[in-house]
Design a protein around this ligand. Sequence first.
Ligand code: PEP
Ligand code: MN
Length: 327
Amino acid sequence: MKIILQGGLPRARRAELARAVAALLPGCRMGAVPGGFSAALPRPEKAADAVPAIENLPGVAAVTFTDAELCPRATAPGKKIFSSPLPFGRGPVFIAGPCAVEDGLSYLASAAALKAAGAHALRAAIFKPRSSPYAFQGLGWPGLKIIAAARQLTGLPLVTETTDPRQVGRLAAVCDVLQIGARNMRNYELLKEAAGSGRAVLLKRAMRSTLREWLLSAEYLLAHGAKKVALCERGDASPDGRGPLLNFALMAAAQKISGLPVLADPSHAARSRERAAVLAVQALRAGADGLLLEASAEPLSSRVDGRQTVDLKTFRAIAGTPCKKHR
Ligand code: PEP
Ligand code: MN
């Protein structure tokens, strides 16, 4: 961490501040940097409690951290995640399915057809956080037996969204990956519960959140016991409702800094199935480690997000896209 001092401090005050910082951070190694000094701790996360006191010392202008200091687990090299149940490392992974599970027959038909078209895992959402309180919120627990049946029918792993810590245990008993949606990226109690479930966690980036906030949420997962974590870039929604699309630069930065797999969700940024298909291919060409994609056998009859859900033919073409040489 760096402790940046206000300009023009007398030498004696600077020395006093260095001593005060050292006293607040037992075991730290101090050094000089332009504008102030650095303090390195063997366990940088141990600095968190001392930071408010350091910031409050008269003469201190700011305390800054690198990503590695703030997120030692999410930036640790070589931990590379997710060898199973999803086939990371052997090319991009395709998680496909309708936005929400709506009824048993149509879900099972889509699941089988998506497997045949190249899906490696199923979107299997039975709890849906919706912007409107009047919109369909998912089937809830009655949907659990439908997704379990889809798993049995296809053998594909299930990726399901959890919106509440009280759901985690029951979902984890049936599903392979717990998805933390964009709205819940900052729901720290949910992150902790999902982390302790023993299941892999797919963490979407919250709308308008920074790379650092995203990494800190991944850090929550890893610090609370998650062994397998992947990230998913889903784009931002702008106040005018049109929104910028996926942020490939951020996706690449997240891959580089964290070493975690980073998928892309082309569906929610696109808001149309034509644009979703274009974004999906762009994401793969930009090096996404996989896609979380809304796809179904009957997108025209979907109750939720049908207009951005691609059909089987389109999904098959996307799954066959030649990609950037994979990491
Ligand atoms: C989803 O993937 O089902 C979803 C709700 O997306 P997001 O959390 O990114 O809005
Ligand atoms: Mn959706």
